[in-house]
Design a protein around this ligand. Structure first.
Ligand SMILES: *Cc1c(COP(=O)(O)O)cnc(C)c1O
Length: 428
């Protein structure tokens, strides 16, 4: 059977398929560059696995306290090798990215200390962790204050504001690599390196934490290669490679990571406890696959931006821009178009493909939110997914795809639904 026939069987019209192929043809050099980065990062992962002599005993399950869990301890050495840090904490007991970030912050900030974000407001869920929005057990409740230097209107660092914000109490600086669901640009590792150098020049003993969510393996360097004391992320995003069913990581200096381990378990226990519950095969193999999985997601993001920009929809990042994370925002301009786009992503999924996503009032948001995802791991956003609040400018945030072919189908299907609804018109 011809490929276009297979796409037809999947619900993609000849017109949409043909348009997709035309767009793809123009993207070959971009896709090749993404492959080269993936090849480099695959080497980085393999090197660390080989140096740490991975063997079948590392995949054994442990229970109870998890003392002498060699599989867990070796996985942490492997992460430290990849991120070029002294230490790493990689645990299924870290339930998500927000949890990892909350552990890293609360372990390394004491009453009277100040936390500074020099890149504007942090990710939504961190507002309650910090106490920007009141919450039980926030850092604010424990006497940690928060300061923020906003970005310049063009998205660049406001060095004067940062200089003014750093004071004798500034203990930790948090830098979010990915824009997340904001409209600012994401930062390259090189930009993050410049910002770290500026801050450390003003205050050499300040600790720098980078929220690395959605950024892992997008570039050849990680923020820990350019001076970050801690890099933090979720295993149901990039580094879990789609196989990790839960988990988070903190890689960094021994001093910082040890405090994180004491905070995660208990003072005195630290990294010694925490059974792996049989999850090691998924965490090892997911990490092994992660560079390839991330490359597929990146290709999907580039493909989507090029498809939708050609049809007149604004995209962030733009079709031709460099990528520093796997998120693609597409401004669709109407609630109907958001729903059609999400219906397409859902219809292309391996799981729950027959479900119709509907907007709902999600806690913590001031508008209804629509989400499309048919994932093997609940909430996994390294798997193909799209979501966004139903409010102007009616933008969807699209990310993930465990394989490039699935990401491609998802994007074509989103376009198919828009075309069928008369909300997008293919060029002649
Ligand atoms: C996803 C994300 C988080 C939070 O991760 P969860 O796993 O959803 O708790 C934090 N920061 C950024 C930039 C993210 O993308």
């Amino acid at each position: 059977m011809e490929l276009d026939k297979m796409y037809e069987a999947l619900g993609i019209s000849r017109g949409v398929y043909g348009f997709g192929e035309t767009v793809l043809e123009s993207l070959r050099p971009r896709l090749e560059a993404i492959d080269k980065n993936a090849e480099y990062n695959q080497g980085k992962v393999l090197l660390s696995m080989q140096q740490n002599r991975v063997n079948a005993t590392h995949f054994a399950a442990t229970t109870g306290y998890g003392y002498d869990d060699e599989g867990r301890d070796n996985l942490e050495r492997i992460y430290a090798g990849i991120f070029h840090t002294e230490a790493a904490l990689v645990r299924p007991q870290i339930t998500c990215g927000t949890h990892a970030l909350a552990v890293a912050l609360s372990a390394n900030l004491l009453p009277g200390d100040e936390l500074l974000s020099p890149v504007g407001a942090p990710y939504d869920t961190l507002e309650e962790v910090i106490g920007i929005r009141e919450s039980k057990c926030s850092l604010k409740e424990y006497g940690v204050t928060y300061a923020q230097a906003d970005l310049q209107p063009d998205g660049s660092f406001d060095y004067d504001a940062i200089r003014a914000a750093i004071n004798s109490r500034t203990k930790l600086i948090t830098i979010q690599r990915s824009k997340g669901y904001a409209t600012r640009p994401s930062f390259s590792v090189a930009q993050i390196g410049e910002l770290i150098a500026f801050c450390k020049n003003l205050k050499p003993d300040v600790k720098i934490m980078v929220d690395n969510c959605y950024g892992e393996f997008v570039e050849r360097l990680e923020p820990s290669d350019v001076g970050a004391d801690m890099v933090v992320g979720s295993l149901i995003k990039n580094p879990g490679g789609g196989l990790a069913p839960i988990g988070g990581y903190i890689c960094g200096t021994r001093a910082c990571v040890e405090r994180c381990a004491y905070r995660l378990s208990a003072p005195g226990l630290g990294q010694e406890v925490g059974a792996n519950l049989g999850l090691m095969p998924a965490l090892y193999q997911g990490l092994f696959l992660a560079p390839t999985v991330v490359s597929g997601a990146l290709k999907g993001a580039v493909f989507a931006a090029n498809i939708y920009e050609r049809l007149g929809f604004a995209c962030v990042p733009g079709a031709g821009e460099e990528r520093y994370d796997i998120i693609q925002a597409v401004t669709l301009g109407s609630p109907e178009a958001m729903k059609a786009f999400c219906r397409g992503i859902q219809a292309a999924a391996p799981v729950d493909s027959y479900v119709t996503p509907e907007p709902w009032a999600m806690p913590g948001y001031d508008a209804e939110v629509i989400m499309a995802a048919g994932a093997f791991v609940q909430g996994s956003s390294i798997e193909l997914s799209a979501d966004g609040p139903i409010r102007p400018p009616y933008a969807v945030y699209f990310q993930g795809g465990l394989t490039w072919y699935h990401a491609k189908l998802g994007i074509l299907m989103s376009l198919q639904k828009l075309v069928e609804a008369g909300l997008a018109v293919l060029p002649e």
